[in-house]
Design a protein around this ligand. Structure first.
Ligand code: MRU
Length: 348
């Protein structure tokens, strides 16, 4: 797969795949302002925690360019503009921690850069590009560590899309699968369709099919039966935020984890360290609630409930961390206990 987004040096703009159009059309959006970037994140033209992080970083770079084009005369005026842009970008989606991690890192970079406003803008362009490359490198490392968990012939269940499209490239949950296949192992994927936005059906199936990786899509309520029938050997999902006692990921992950525990099937979470927020516990996290219409229709097209009936639409759920066999980061594979020990300094 091509990168889900990239910085265009000659235009000072961002080009991204419009994920709302997949799998029907591969089209691209050009984003030139931080307001447009915030909108793209909110309506999910770009989605997936690591991709949102890089998009948010590039949104801050766009904001810095906007400020200087509006003749931000001093560093103070530029920083005030950036703080405002950060608020706009941070208000788009509350659960994926990579968003806040990225805007804070960009704000820190701006303030730590010596020189005039032009030098700050140049530093933010460079930092966004570093974060873009870091994302790919971390995903490749996740792939290498995670591939060791997969045996030739395994069928792996995944939920939602934690693939190339959810990152800059290569993916998190799909990275071990990609790496294992690159090593010559035969791996098949089962993708939960992932109601209501159907990222499993529209995005995971799209990118795996595009890359010729065997994939079958199931309705979300099928995975328990498939585990019972012995048709799933491993489960790998991504994460939007990992706190010290829970993993927040796409709604439905918790039910998969419960069924996996019952059937003794290893369930792994793959995520870069930028998804860790170990100073928090589950109760600190805001779970995004999205519009009813995502549930009362199929992809906004066909209404499936009687007029007047409302829905409940949490976008993510909370899986207690003791249901997880291992967390795969760019640094290795960790039990929940080992994860806390490894990244302990970040809990302070
Ligand atoms: O609402 P989305 O599509 O942004 O949610 C993405 C997910 O929840 C993914 O499953 C995921 O694991 C995090 S991104 C790698």
């Amino acid at each position: 797969m091509i990168p889900s987004l990239r910085w265009l040096d000659d235009e000072g703009a961002v080009e991204m795949i419009d994920q709302t159009k997949l799998p029907y059309e591969l089209t691209f959006l050009k984003i030139t302002t931080h307001e447009a970037m915030a909108r793209a994140i909110k309506v999910m033209n770009v989605r997936g925690a690591p991709a949102i992080g890089v998009a948010a970083a590039m949104g801050m770079t766009l904001a810095a360019q906007q400020a200087t084009a509006n003749k931000a005369s001093s560093r103070e005026v530029l920083f005030a503009y950036l703080e405002n842009a950060k608020k706009t970008i941070d208000s788009t989606r509350p659960t994926a921690v990579n968003l806040f991690w990225a805007t804070s890192r960009m704000m820190g970079k701006a303030k730590a850069t010596q020189g005039d406003t032009k030098e700050v803008v140049a530093a933010l362009v460079a930092e966004a590009k570093v974060m873009w490359q870091e994302d790919i490198d971390r995903n490749k490392a996740i792939g290498m560590h995670g591939a060791a968990l997969l045996k030739d012939g395994d069928t792996v269940l995944t939920h939602c899309n934690a693939g190339s499209l959810a990152t800059v490239q290569y993916g998190t949950a799909l990275a071990p699968i990609r790496a294992a296949i690159e090593q010559g192992k035969k791996i098949q994927v089962i993708a939960d369709e992932t109601r209501p936005r159907l990222q499993g059906a529209t995005l995971t199936a799209y990118e795996l099919y595009y890359d010729k990786i065997p994939v079958k899509v199931i309705s979300d309520n099928s995975s328990g039966l498939l585990m019972r029938l012995g048709k799933i050997q491993k489960i790998i999902v991504g994460a939007d935020r990992i706190v010290r006692d829970a993993v927040f990921n796409k709604i439905g992950t918790f039910m998969v984890a419960l069924a996996a525990k019952y059937h003794n099937i290893p369930m792994y979470v793959a995520a870069p360290s930028s998804t860790l927020s170990l100073s928090e516990s589950g109760k600190d996290v805001t779970i995004e609630q999205r519009d009813d219409s995502e549930v009362t229709t199929v992809l906004g097209k066909v209404k499936i409930v009687p007029d007047g009936v409302e829905a409940i639409n949490y976008a993510f759920d909370e899986t207690p961390i003791d249901l997880i066999s291992g967390i795969i980061t760019e640094d290795g594979v960790f039990t929940p206990k080992e994860l806390l020990a490894k990244y302990q300094s970040r809990t302070k």
